[in-house]
Design a binder for this molecule. Structure first.
Ligand code: SAH
Length: 241
């Protein structure tokens, strides 16, 4: 289902300009994007401190990152989201909260490395990324080897990916990709809400919908290891918006 464009979208985006770090424009491929937009973020200038930085990819309406930043004020958070209509809601919620440790990137994850400095992220959160079961869309899945190559560049040496999903098929696919890429997979649960991890869990908007229908939630953590570095795959340059 396509969402209706929000009223006064541009004016409202403008009103959030102080917490929006960048907005990607359509470009033919990653190489072109890198040349056009490359400008690495200076966290000290942005946040006014040297606190650890974590990243959510596909933040949606921002429920997760808002609660996370509230609970962990000694950390800084980047929330990346492709869809302008959606990120606007998240930004307006953050502005209303008065929290100062969240900033937004309205870009596709494919060009994250144009902005996010290498080895600067402690944790990448992937919450209910679109499973895209069609074989033809495999490369667009946010845990495909193409994206894991990008994440390895962004993550600190001991960094990790924390993933939640409602799709068992996508979950199994992701676990296989992590192993293949040299990550060490831990904290696997196929029923998060009935697991020891439930107590600390922040329920996202999508998660709320799926669990209200009685669906189990799958969760895993993929930790960077020395072997990650040895298993580099060539960067994929084909990217069409
Ligand atoms: N994390 C939220 C939303 C999940 S829906 C929640 O749990 O409630 C998945 C989100 O990922 C959508 O908002 C979609 O726009 C975003 N997304 C999908 N592909 C993306 C990409 N390549 N780069 C950035 N965001 C993406």
């Amino acid at each position: 289902m396509r969402m209706r464009k929000k009223r006064h979208l541009e004016a409202r985006m403008e009103a959030c300009a102080d917490i929006l770090l960048c907005r990607g424009k359509p470009c033919k491929n990653l190489k072109e994007a890198a040349e056009t937009f490359r400008s690495l973020l200076d966290y000290r200038e942005i946040f006014g401190n040297d606190n650890p930085v974590e990243l959510e990819i596909g933040c949606g309406n921002g429920g997760f990152i808002l609660e996370k930043a509230k609970r962990e004020r000694g950390k800084n958070f980047l929330a990346l989201e492709l869809c302008t209509n959606v990120i606007l809601t998240a930004m307006e919620r953050v502005k209303a909260s008065g929290l100062s440790n969240i900033r937004f990137l309205n870009i596709p994850a494919e060009i994250a490395e144009c902005y996010i400095p290498p080895r600067s992220i402690g944790v990448i959160y992937l919450n209910f990324s679109t499973p895209l079961p069609e074989k033809s869309r495999e490369k667009q899945r946010l845990t495909s080897s193409r994206f894991l190559t990008i994440y390895k560049k962004l993550l600190k040496e001991d960094g990790r990916i924390e993933q939640k999903t409602d799709s068992e098929e996508f979950f199994d696919y992701s676990l296989a990709r992590y192993e293949e890429a040299g990550f060490s997979v831990t904290d696997v649960t196929r029923d998060l809400h009935r697991s020891p991890y439930a107590a600390e869990n922040i329920v996202t908007e999508y998660e709320q919908n799926f669990s209200a229908k009685g669906m189990p939630i799958f969760r895993a953590v993929a930790v960077m290891e020395g072997t990650c570095m040895k298993r580099e795959t060539p960067t994929e340059v084909q990217y069409v918006v």
